[in-house]
Ligand binder design. Structure first.
Ligand SMILES: Cc1ncc(COP(=O)(O)O)c(C=O)c1O
Length: 222
């Protein structure tokens, strides 16, 4: 799903995964501010875990130490960052996250086209959704694909996708998902005819985080 920028993408992800006041999320300190700020936007607390100095990626053993030294349920999720084109081994992070019931947002802003090789020898492209719940990209001018400002979220989870669509556009459902009201389109609301396509429901508080069509075309061309 295309969005206004990578920061908006991260914010929509933390909203979709239900980050709340006081909940703890682990990320790396070696990243851009937005990878951590997205947790704060939802009232959550950021816990930085150190990197592996050889790869500059979040050190999974350090994350494991954090998790084992606190009661289960202390942490809600992990935001690993693919750094400078180098991809995090999300297969390993997924196994650890599952042990502790955590979600994963892959910040793949630095790594479109990047990949790691999994334990079966299969190439796993950044943001392919096989291990992370959600992944995000940025199309900021310094990124590999640029369109002024822009971003993208990828997921293989249909429910997350529907939630993201609503949150990107004011929390309004235009018919991409089930309406809450049981509208009889032939006879309408209060006797007035209601046309499918014109009927919308604002189901939750969302934002205008859409990317413009003009920028989407620019990104295609670059
Ligand atoms: C790792 C990382 N995450 C998130 C972002 C935020 O992206 P944007 O600048 O499009 O909001 C950036 C971009 O600078 C980044 O490098």
């Amino acid at each position: 799903m295309a969005v206004a920028n990578g920061t908006a993408a991260l914010h929509l992800c933390t909203m979709t995964l239900g980050v709340k006041e006081g909940q703890k999320v682990i990320t790396t300190p070696i990243t851009f501010a937005a990878s951590a700020n997205c947790v704060r936007y939802c009232g959550g607390d950021v816990v930085f875990s150190d990197i592996d100095p050889d790869t500059y990626l979040l050190d999974i053993e350090k994350v494991r130490q954090l998790l084992t030294s606190s009661p289960k349920g202390t942490y809600q999720g992990i935001i690993p960052v693919d750094f400078a084109g180098r991809a995090v081994n999300l297969e390993a992070f997924r196994a650890l996250a599952d042990e502790y019931g955590l979600w994963i947002i892959e910040d793949a802003c630095h790594a479109p086209g990047g990949y790691f090789t999994d334990s079966k020898g299969i190439t796993q492209q950044c943001g392919n959704g096989n291990y992370a719940d959600l992944a995000i990209f940025s199309f900021h001018p310094v990124k590999h694909i640029a369109c002024g400002e822009g971003g993208m979220i990828t997921t293989n989870n249909e429910e997350h996708y529907k939630q993201l669509l609503r949150l990107r556009s004011h929390g309004i459902n235009k018919g991409d998902d089930q309406f809450l009201n049981d509208i009889d389109f032939a006879n309408g609301v209060d006797g007035e005819t209601t046309y499918p396509g014109w009927y919308m429901e604002m189901q939750q508080l969302g934002y205008n985080y859409r990317i413009t069509d003009i920028k989407v075309r620019l990104a295609y061309r670059s």
